[in-house]
Design a binder for this molecule. Structure first.
Ligand code: PMP
Length: 362
């Protein structure tokens, strides 16, 4: 495998090299079947084992309590934006959305097709630079649920501690930080994430749902959009993304080999620190977008003093083998995504490059 670039893509993003190499090695003859995993029936015993192992690993690694179901869905996190109100927003109550970026906005927009929702809090007035404070008076006791985005991929902010919502169910879009650290799953009634950042290739969406919560779901939902369909059939109602689920299982094995989520979290902190330190020690040459107390360990967003310098920085970075440092097309600037599979070495190289570029251009 020849991968002489530093991949800082925001998603799809870096996968562990060891996982790619192993997949390559077993690509044409998976477990002596004489064919690739992609060519096997999704009803075959061989595939079923891969599928069930991925679910078991996910439950164990993420410490998912017994009273939760795990399903693999398609349609990305974006389809979850609609499936959530479709299944969990009855006509007589409201859903509260905590607005921390464009993905919260997109999630909120889908509620309008099914019922009523409101903003619990928002940091939009400050270009989503921070995670707002939430208290019991921010929402209503009889809300259908509260929705938050745990990590804001575009703005580079991340929740450090999740809000207490008491009896009100809490739903989290964890697309860009799932499995980057241990979390208390029991605080949530539903967690969802597209796989293409920390878990594997695109095409699989993971949903983790509390059993008591699923019992409250609407029953008049089309079959494929009904969580119950996928729970009852162990995510095999129709043909799942078999290759994606296989890869996800392999990434989870890799996380286990790293020492699990505590080890991965410690590594992610060190990685992000290398880049944040380069920013903080630059005397304003690099200006972070996120407020310090809300900084993400997964997406590090910053700007240079003017567009010209920023263009030069990004162009030289490409020449040096850094891929994906452009900010999201909606906000510009620079962004380094440092998901689990981005090695420490890449973050060190980036921090060195930032310092050198400043020396030459500061
Ligand atoms: N939520 C977050 C936090 C994201 O970062 C993304 C994708 N970048 C999405 C949702 C949308 O995910 P998908 O492309 O899987 O629909």
């Amino acid at each position: 495998l020849n991968q002489n670039v530093y991949n800082f893509n925001a998603g799809p993003s870096a996968l562990p090299t060891a996982v790619l190499e192993n997949a390559q090695q077993e690509l044409t003859n998976f477990q002596s079947t004489g064919m690739s995993i992609m060519e096997l029936s999704h009803r075959s015993k061989t595939y079923e084992n891969v599928h069930n192992e991925a679910i078991t690993r996910l439950k164990k690694l993420f410490s998912i309590p017994e009273n939760y179901e795990v399903v693999f869905l398609q349609g990305g996190a974006s389809l979850q934006f609609a499936m959530i109100p479709m299944n969990f927003l009855p006509k007589d109550t409201k859903a509260g959305y905590i607005m921390t970026g464009s993905w919260s906005e997109k999630a909120f927009k889908e509620t309008t097709f099914f019922g009523e929702a409101y903003h619990v809090a928002s940091s939009k007035e400050d270009q989503y630079r921070y995670i707002p404070e939430i208290s019991a008076s921010s929402f209503h006791e009889n809300d259908a649920y509260i929705h938050l985005t745990s990590n804001n991929t575009i703005y580079g902010t991340q929740w450090k501690e999740f809000p207490e919502t008491g009896q009100v169910p809490l739903i989290g879009d964890m697309s860009s930080d799932i499995m980057s650290k241990p979390i208390d799953v029991s605080k949530f009634d539903l967690i969802y994430a597209g796989a293409q950042k920390n878990l594997g290739p695109s095409g699989v969406t993971v949903a983790i749902i509390k059993k008591e919560f699923i019992e409250k779901a609407n029953n008049d939902v089309p079959t494929m959009l009904d969580y119950q369909t996928h729970i009852k059939s162990n995510s095999l109602y129709n043909t799942p993304s078999t290759f994606g689920i296989y890869m996800l299982g392999e990434v989870l094995k890799w996380i286990e080999l790293q020492g699990g989520l505590n080890a991965v979290a410690a590594n992610n902190e060190e990685k992000a620190k290398l880049i944040y330190d380069a920013m903080d020690e630059s005397n304003g040459f690099y200006v972070g977008h996120a407020r310090k107390d809300s900084r993400s360990l997964m997406n590090i967003t910053f700007r240079l003093q003017n567009d010209e310098l920023e263009k030069k920085f990004l162009a030289e970075a490409v020449e040096e083998g850094f891929v994906g440092l452009n900010g999201h097309r909606s906000v510009g600037g620079c962004r380094a995504s440092t998901y689990n599979a981005v090695p420490q070495e890449a973050c060190l190289a980036l921090s060195e490059f930032m310092k050198q570029f400043q020396q030459k251009n500061g």
